[in-house]
Every structure is written in C-alpha cells, then in structure tokens.
Write a protein that binds this ligand. Sequence first.
Ligand SMILES: C[S@@+](CC[C@H](N)C(=O)[O-])C[C@H]1O[C@@H](n2cnc3c(N)ncnc32)[C@H](O)[C@@H]1O
Length: 203
Amino acid sequence: MGSERIAAFDQIGRLYDESFVERDAQLAEGAWLVDQLERPARVLDLGCGSGLPTAKQLLDTGIEVVGTDESAVMLELAEQQAPGGSYLHRDLRDLTGLGEFDAAVAFFSLIMLSKADIPPLLRGLHAALRGPKLLQVAMVLGDFDQFQISFLGVPAQVCAYPPDDLRQVVTDAGFEVIELREVAAEAEPNRLEVQIYLRARAV
Ligand SMILES: C[S@@+](CC[C@H](N)C(=O)[O-])C[C@H]1O[C@@H](n2cnc3c(N)ncnc32)[C@H](O)[C@@H]1O
C-alpha cells in the first residue's frame, strides 16, 4: 500500500454513517455476539470504521474492543462515537502484536480486500482466537474480485462471493459455519443490495 494512496474512507468519512442507515441486520449480529460472550471478553473489530454501530454496541455491554482501520478519519469518528475502544491505524490484514480475542468481527471490511488476501487473514484470525473463538463476517452478495466501483462518489475496489463460496473459504481456514443468511438492505439511498451475514466458530 503506497504512502501516496489516500484511503477511500478518508474521503467518505461521516457520509458513510449518514447514508448507510439501514443497520438492523448488523445490530442483530452484534446482539447475538453480546449474548455469546461471557465477560470479560475481548473482540477485534477489523475495519471498524466510525465505530457505529458495532464497536459502540459491544463497548456498551462491557466488552473490550480493539478496532483496526486504515482510515484516520474513520478512527477519529470511532474515538468520538464509540469511546473506550482501542483504535489502531493499521491495515486490517496486519494482526501483529494484537494478542488474543474471544471473537473477531469484520462487517463490510473484507469486501475491500483482494480475494487472495482473505484466506491468510482468516487463518491468522483462527490462530488469534481463544475461548468461544467466534468470527462474524458481513459481505455483499456477488461474484467478483478487485472490482472497481464508485462508492458514495469515491473510487474503491471490492470483492464479493456467492454464499457457498464464502462458506467454503471460511471453512477452509478452519472454521465451522454456524449460520449464513442473506438480507436485502438499502446501502446507499435508493440502492438495494443483498448482504451476507456469516457466523462461525474456529474448530
Ligand atoms: C464499508 S466500511 C465498514 C465499517 C464498519 N465495519 C461498519 O460496519 O460500518 C469498511 C471499512 O474498512 C476499512 N478498510 C478497508 N480496507 C482496509 C484495510 N486494508 N485495512 C484497514 N482498514 C480497511 C475502511 O477504511 C472502512 O472504514
């Protein structure tokens, strides 16, 4: 990642929360995780963005949250909107020195990686999990890699899997898929997309 590259979400910033308001399914995923974890619990939020809704939801129930993101702008929003988390300005593929976690969540962040980067990252997460060893991932339904889009007017590259392919990638990294569901949601004003929410446990 060159230093001249401006992270897409440094340009998107607050616009993301303002436009992507339909978060019921993601909140339901967070509520499930809150129920699964005995306290004290430690969760890694990969590509935590502005801290809303997930980091805040977890922190509000006494869960320790470490959030990583490549966007300094999003991390500043997270500090404001979900105070109490440990927010690290780093590539989410870099798990060095983060320690162990009871769960890792990646809501709409792996989507911005190349598919080639996802299996090694999942294996790294597998090694970093302890206790209930939970993983939650949200993606957008599709079948493409490094696909150039304009997201809220900002150029970005995204990937997407058909549901069975996502299930396979997660399984191949040593996880047992607990649930995978598809949800239609308005991700930008007047743009409906099908999202995939996956819950898994490291085995
Ligand atoms: C679509 S937003 C999702 C944010 C948050 N997880 C949520 O549910 O609202 C994707 C986030 O992942 C971050 N991101 C994308 N690629 C990244 C990378 N390689 N390393 C770190 N963060 C990354 C972006 O900066 C952005 O904040």
